[in-house]
Design a protein around this ligand. Sequence first.
Ligand code: GDP
Ligand code: MG
Length: 310
Amino acid sequence: MSDAASLSLIPPAPEGFRSGFIAIVGRPNVGKSTLMNRLIGQKVAITSPIAQTTRNRLRGILTTDEAQIIFVDTPGIHKPHHELGKVLVHNARMAIAAVDLVLFVVDGSVAAGRGDRFIADLLTRQSTPVFVGLNKIDLRAEDTATEVKASYQALAAAWPVVEFSALTGAGESALQTQLTQALDPGPYYYPPDLVTDQPERFIMGELIREQILHHTREEVPHSVAIAIDRIEESKKITHVLATIYVERDSQKGILIGKRGSMLKTIGSSAREQMQKLIMGKVYLELFVKVQPRWRQSRMSLGELGYQREE
Ligand code: GDP
Ligand code: MG
């Protein structure tokens, strides 16, 4: 899947073909990444019940006979507390300005709150059209449904509201149809069989981070960064060497666990996910290193793949 090879496979668009970029924005944890994975039919974005799971802007590509939609998954928008947070929010705002349409995803199981209004204000101040995506309708109580929907409609009367569940898939095809119709005629931007713009190397790192989010407590997940040091492919197996960077010795201890048990759990779960990704056997070797204050240091952020986008 090298860039040069994939570029040559972009076909001319047929009559009436539509295409465009749609940013998926919203508060942390509303289901943005789950939705993107569902729409493109493959897991490229990691998800978890912990806020701030998504750190990098990630593109997921949906190609049908009628259209190519490039979804831009963004980190949740919230008030930043440290350098990493500032970079994440800045990048979300850049994403909004650069797309054809914004899908503003909200938690449709509860009424609109302050966090949603903060984002709505941000969106009304720019000219990109907005759809409100009312997610998690599988969780809502039927007797409050109308009231909840009205609270989001009140954010901006002009924005169409679409209801769905990224988890169960309810409402997905109607959403896809509406988004397609909202786009202008356009070309293929990517080869039809490509589902993401990110290299496998990046997604592998994310799959490791996802298992850390699932298996450790609050203080660890937000302090880790993953570096994929080497990928060696042979006919039978792909050998992946990765380093997990943490900020403190205590976190290293938690990650390794009693006689290595935690690292083993994380490693074997991540390995299973990687095997699905590459559709082949993976041998994963994990190392843990302490690098104090990496989230505060611009240099470390850059080295670990968190670039400020211009
Ligand atoms: P993000 O921070 O907005 O990207 O949110 P994620 O996609 O990581 O999802 C956050 C949590 O909400 C995860 O535990 C998801 O499984 C869950 N979730 C996402 N969509 C739905 C949905 O439609 N229904 C339910 N019940 N849970 C959902
Ligand atoms: Mg996410």
